[in-house]
Design a protein around this ligand. Sequence first.
Ligand code: NAI
Length: 463
Amino acid sequence: MASYDVIVIGAGPGGYVCAIRCAQLGLKTAVVEGRETLGGTCLNVGCIPSKALLHSTHLLHEAEHNFAHMGLKGKSPSVDWNQMKAYKDEVIGQNTGGIEFLFKKNKIDWIKGWASIPAAGKVQVGDELHETKNIVIASGSVPASIPGVEIDEKVVVSSTGALELPKIPKKLAVIGAGVIGLELGSVYARLGSEVTVVEYMDAVCPGMDKDVQRSFKRILEKQGLTFIMGAAVQGVETSKTKAKIKYQPKKGGDEVTLDADTVLVATGRKPYSEGLGLDALGLKMTERGQIATDGQWRTNIPGVYAIGDVIEGPMLAHKAEDEGMAVAEVMAGKHGHVNYGVIPGVVYTTPEVATVGATEDALKAEGRKIKVGKFMFMGNARAKAVGQAEGGFVKIIVDAETDRILGAAIIGPAAGDMIHELCVAMEFGASAEDIALTCHAHPTYSEAVREAALACGDGPIHS
Ligand code: NAI
């Protein structure tokens, strides 16, 4: 049996990126993955397929609502749902195939099957026992349901089932106004479903900047999504093709029933480490079922590391990727570092929402003296030219004394790309003035970032 320097368990964004960096650093590396294709949840049933559907349905929405106004007359396209799903699958295939190519290029072995860890330095896959100096657990996460709601992936679906519905539901109920609920809710609203989102909290995307939450909800309502806020879902009853959602309004009163053809459960995800034999191995877990690590991705068992959704922190592909690269450096005897204070979060709706760093409310609650610069996209010529100026803005939060950027939030066109200017600024410890003094091309959406930075000082030009 071949022996390795590193065996990575799981080929999602954490695992595959880790493996590539290990190979680049000269470590003999293998990845164990039981799925038919590489890429994990993100590429197969998460980030990538949902973005393909968001793109197709965004174009449909543009054709139906904005083309005529821009002088593009004619019949709106009709939806061929099977072809739309086939397009999505093609995109998945290109990406998962790309990782297979990168594995070959970097001489990484793909051990096909499901792994367990009988002891430190040993990985069992089927009948084969592999020896390795280091093990990285990158086994990811799975959808988490709530009591009284059973996911059957037919009538009551998780994000996985929602990407493969046999037909577009007439009535879709979404439990949870988090990232998954709003992205996939948007997809189906654009496809003509009556979408109702039932959310326990009083605002969408809990924890996000309050201004963004308000604008975001308003914009989504305009796009046809209905929200029932402050509603605790108690359970879902299903027949073969229908569902009844029972929820309890938080403000009191009787339990309410909502009918739907399909229910999407988007109430969070939980770490996945089943079948790895971690109990028998004596691996320390947190109270929330995550693998406990020491800040350098080491578990309590020497030579066993863990990264990504299965450990603490936001369940985001790019956070896992960064940890994957950093842990590879650590195993190669170098220094691995992830700046957890600068991890962007993006919701890929239209408009996009992107945030980084601390929120205004969190900083105020800490008693920090801050200054907030805000600029509306209504003052941005480019956003107006593409019909995406309404309701959007850039907000930058700085330390009142030093002007150092502490956080930012953007709701508007290409927010998910624009946020990186602020991420880089934060990495460099920049002030808002640094951004304000940087020439920004005209006409671009990024000018709104500069204007928000100017708003932290003597004021923006275009408002
Ligand atoms: P989430 O944690 O973002 O949102 C779950 C929502 O469900 C919350 O608003 C919560 O208040 C609500 N909820 C929970 N129990 C409820 C109940 N009984 N009744 C009504 N509402 C209830 O979880 P989500 O959207 O499922 O996403 C899971 C993970 O995947 C997150 O960590 C997210 O960051 C990640 N993800 C990230 C994406 C991105 O970066 N674009 C895309 C998709 C997922």
